[in-house]
Every structure is written in C-alpha cells, then in structure tokens.
Design a protein around this ligand. Structure first.
Ligand SMILES: CC(C)(COP(=O)(O)OP(=O)(O)OC[C@H]1O[C@@H](n2cnc3c(N)ncnc32)[C@H](O)[C@@H]1OP(=O)(O)O)[C@@H](O)C(=O)NCCC(=O)NCCS
Length: 199
C-alpha cells in the first residue's frame, strides 16, 4: 500500500488519510460528513457546467463520495473537501488521484496506478475569484510531488473552461495535447516535478 508521508509540519496524517492546510483552507479527505456541503455545491449548474454538464442529485453526490472513499483506501490519495475554518463551510473540493481513460471508476483500482496522477478542483460560486482554487492547487501539487514522489502531474478540462485553464497556468502547467480522459477527448496540461521545483 502506498504510504503518503506529508513532510509539511502543519499537516498530519491519519491512517494514510492526509489532512492538508493552506493559509485560508483546511483540506479534509472526503467522507460522509461532507455530503451536505458537497451537494450544496454540486447541485449548482454553473459548478457542473464543464464537469458533467448537469447538476448532481443528492444520491449522485453520495455515490461519488463512496467512490472517493474507495480511492483513499486504495491509494492514500483522492479528493479533499476544502473547508473555510472560520465558518466551517465547504468552499470546494480538489483531488490528486490516478487519472483514468474510462468514465466509470473500475472495480480494480490498482489497475489505474500505471496512469499519471491528475489534479482537479471545483469551488462553490460564493468562493470564486478569491484565489482559493490556486491556493489549494499549490498545496495539493506539493503533496503530489513531495509526498507521493509523482514524476509529473496532469490536468484536463473542457476547452471553454477559462477559469480552470488559468488555474493550470498559475501552477506552471503546459498544454501537451488533446488526450482521452474520462471517455472524452480533452485538452490536457502537464507539469513535471522538476519544472515545479524550479518554479
Ligand atoms: C475553476 C475554478 C475552481 C477557479 O476557482 P477560483 O478560486 O475562482 O480561481 P482563482 O481565484 O484561483 O483564479 C485563478 C485565475 O483564474 C481567473 N479566473 C477565475 N474565474 C475566471 C473566469 N470565470 N473566467 C476567466 N478567468 C477566471 C482569475 O482571475 C485568476 O487569474 P489571474 O491569476 O490572472 O488573476 C472555479 O471557477 C470553479 O469552481 N468553476 C466550476 C467548476 C469547474 O469547472 N472546475 C474545473 C473542472 S476541470
């Protein structure tokens, strides 16, 4: 089993469920207690516009959380809920996880380990345009390179998703082509560990 040893002194690890901190956010491995906050975000059409194309139902959010928990158990990395500490509100969610070509999560999660790690994010609109996605993305990227020793990190998105592409730019990611991920041909961006460290 992969062991995620976070080197950051302000972060701690419990049973390979790694909690991360940024200046303004607490990143908690997603679990059942995050259902209300995640559903409040994922039911908003603007949030899901470039992800699934339609708002999620509460049942879909619950099923997604169950899949995320399977990934944490298998890989010691997956999706975090971004919590605003002062209010306790869920501001968003983000991931470091093994990318997959197919839309559905396979039964055998080990089969995805030969794929690159990807980074992803989404925020509730109440938290947009404050630099929070970039802040959380930087912390998750450091986790991928420093704790998981990933050689590279990829991200893919809808070509019209200017906000997400801008977050990738800010991370130093560069366009590497149109690739099939999650069953769709998508612009795919990449940053290597070496380039991340140099930047
Ligand atoms: C993508 C998303 C997470 C960005 O979150 P955010 O916290 O607003 O992003 P940041 O504040 O860190 O902004 C990063 C950059 O993007 C720019 N940006 C933010 N929203 C933008 C928009 N709608 N259009 C164009 N640029 C935008 C910011 O101005 C900033 O650029 P700058 O560095 O030149 O100032 C957020 O828009 C979102 O949740 N979208 C819906 C879900 C989604 O599409 N997720 C990605 C799936 S691939």
């Amino acid at each position: 089993m992969l062991l995620a040893a976070c080197s950051c002194s302000c972060c701690r690890q419990r049973n390979a469920l790694t909690i991360l901190h940024t200046t303004r956010l607490l990143l908690e491995p997603i679990a059942e207690q995050h259902l209300d906050g995640l559903y409040a975000m994922d039911q908003i059409p603007e949030v899901m516009r470039y992800i699934s194309g339609k708002p999620a139902t509460r049942e879909q959010t619950a099923a997604w959380i169950a899949g995320v928990q399977r990934c944490w158990a298998a890989w010691s990395t997956s999706w975090w809920a971004f919590i605003e500490p002062a209010s306790g509100r869920i501001a968003g969610a983000g991931c470091i996880q093994y990318a997959r070509r197919e839309a559905a999560l396979p039964a055998d999660l080990e089969s995805l380990r030969h794929n690159p790690l990807e980074i992803g994010w989404r925020l509730h609109p109440d938290f947009w345009r404050r630099g929070l996605a970039s802040e959380a993305a930087r912390r998750m990227t450091a986790f991928a390179f420093d704790s998981l020793a990933a050689p590279e990190l990829i991200a893919s998105c809808h070509p019209n998703n200017a906000a997400s592409i801008r977050v990738m730019d800010r991370l130093g990611m560069q366009f590497r082509g149109i690739e099939i991920w999650y069953g769709e041909a998508s612009p795919t961006y990449m940053v290597s560990r070496e380039n991340w460290r140099q930047s």
